[in-house]
Design a protein around this ligand. Structure first.
Ligand code: ZN
Length: 148
C-alpha cells in the first residue's frame, strides 16, 4: 500500500531514471547521465535533481562512497510495473477495461509462450466472468449512466 502511493506519484522523467537504477542495481549520477544520453539531452544537473527527488520519494536509497554518491532501488521493478498497470486501469471506466486490454494486445509483439500464458489466463477468467461489467464511475465521467 505504501509503495503503491510512492510509485504512482513518480513522473515520466523519474521513471526513465528508475529503469537505469533497476538495471544497474547500484549506480552513480554520472553513469545514469551517460546511459540516458542515448535518448535524452539531460544535463548532469537535471539527472542529479531527478535522483534526489526519487530519494525524497523513497524510491531510491543513497550511500556515500568517498566523495561520490551511489544510488540503489528501494522499490522492486516488478512491483512498480504492477502499480503502473493498476494506475492505468483506475483511470478508466471498468466497462472499458476489456477494450483497453484488447488494444494493448493488438499493439504488442508477443511470444508463443506469452500467448500460451494469456490463453490459460483467459480460460481461468471464464470461471469468474460476469454477464455485464458494472460501471465504477461517478455520473458525468462516463456514458454508462445514460443507459436505459
Ligand atoms: Zn462508467
Amino acid at each position: 500500500m505504501s509503495d503503491k502511493k510512492k510509485t504512482s506519484a513518480i513522473t515520466d522523467a523519474e521513471w526513465e531514471i528508475m529503469r537505469v537504477v533497476w538495471t544497474k542495481e547500484e549506480t552513480t549520477s554520472k553513469e545514469v547521465t551517460e546511459i540516458l544520453n542515448e535518448k535524452t539531452e539531460w544535463k548532469s544537473t537535471t539527472v542529479k535533481t531527478l535522483l534526489s527527488r526519487l530519494v525524497e520519494k523513497e524510491m531510491l536509497g543513497t550511500k556515500r562512497n568517498g566523495n561520490k554518491f551511489t544510488y540503489f532501488p528501494l522499490v522492486e521493478e516488478r512491483r512498480s510495473i504492477e502499480v503502473l498497470s493498476e494506475d492505468l486501469l483506475r483511470k478508466i471506466c471498468s466497462k472499458k477495461v476489456g477494450k483497453v486490454l484488447e488494444s494493448i494486445i493488438t499493439n504488442s509483439t508477443l511470444s508463443f509462450s506469452d500467448l500460451d500464458q494469456l490463453e490459460s489466463l483467459l480460460q481461468e477468467k471464464r470461471k469468474t466472468a460476469v454477464e455485464v461489467v458494472p460501471c465504477n464511475c461517478i455520473p458525468g465521467q462516463c456514458q454508462c449512466h445514460h443507459v436505459h
